[in-house]
Design a protein around this ligand. Structure first.
Ligand SMILES: C[S@@+](CC[C@H](N)C(=O)[O-])C[C@H]1O[C@@H](n2cnc3c(N)ncnc32)[C@H](O)[C@@H]1O
Length: 203
């Protein structure tokens, strides 16, 4: 049986783990905070933006970007100016490979999202993230980050997740205490996926 080495969905080309380029990178780099693959929630975010749209040229910050597919989609489909930040620099070669094969430029920066300041967040219109709240220790930093983004004038924050209990706590915080909404979301491509998107809008 012949196995697929890559897929394409929502115009984004993705190399799978058996692709020779991914195998080659995995021998050199070892992402250690779960940035070892493209996670399903990134497709929820992509599907959401596919239905909802994004103003051309938006300035997008993807936090905990990993391989960066959601940001790559924004750059490819909406000519967004995208920056991907991640605490683990070993994810960036995988992101760059995907940016190259999708013919987009993505700026990258190694940074803990808990350390992003209001001033650093100010230049962005949209902050996105997928599957970035999988430990208890990530709940408060994520809440603080979204609050700083609002203070910085970021127009919208979209965080997708498969529905982890840790993410629920972030959702509870924003839906009870601040102007956030939680959308149940499904995507059919590249495979059936379901989860949630936390959406927080600026004033
Ligand atoms: C489960 S992966 C998700 C990657 C990507 N967003 C996706 O959906 O495919 C989590 C990513 O968040 C990054 N990460 C974890 N904690 C972080 C933090 N405090 N600041 C920035 N990035 C972080 C990890 O290095 C990893 O790349």
């Amino acid at each position: 049986m012949k196995y697929r080495k890559e897929l394409r969905a929502y115009t984004v080309r993705v190399l799978l783990s058996r692709h020779p380029e991914i195998r080659r990178l995995k021998k050199q780099y070892a992402p250690s905070v779960h940035g070892n693959k493209n996670w399903g929630s990134s497709w929820l975010l992509i599907d959401y933006l596919h239905h909802r749209g994004l103003p051309t040229g938006s300035r997008v910050l993807e936090i905990g970007c990993g391989w960066g597919l959601a940001g790559i989609y924004c750059a490819k489909k909406y000519a967004a100016e995208v920056t991907g930040i991640d605490v683990d620099r070993d994810v960036f070669p995988f992101l760059r490979l995907h940016a190259n094969i999708n013919k987009v430029d993505i700026a990258t920066r190694k940074k803990n999202f808990d350390h992003l300041t209001v001033n650093e967040l100010r230049p962005f219109d949209l902050l996105i993230g997928s599957d970035i709240c999988f430990w208890e220790s990530m709940i408060d930093p994520l809440i603080r980050l979204v609050r700083r983004a609002m203070k910085a004038g970021v127009r919208e924050v979209l965080i997708a997740d498969p529905g982890r209990t840790t993410f629920d706590k972030v959702c509870e915080h924003f839906s009870e205490k601040e102007a956030g909404e939680v959308l149940e979301w499904t995507a059919r491509k590249p495979r059936p996926l379901s989860g949630f998107i936390l959406r927080v809008q600026g004033k």
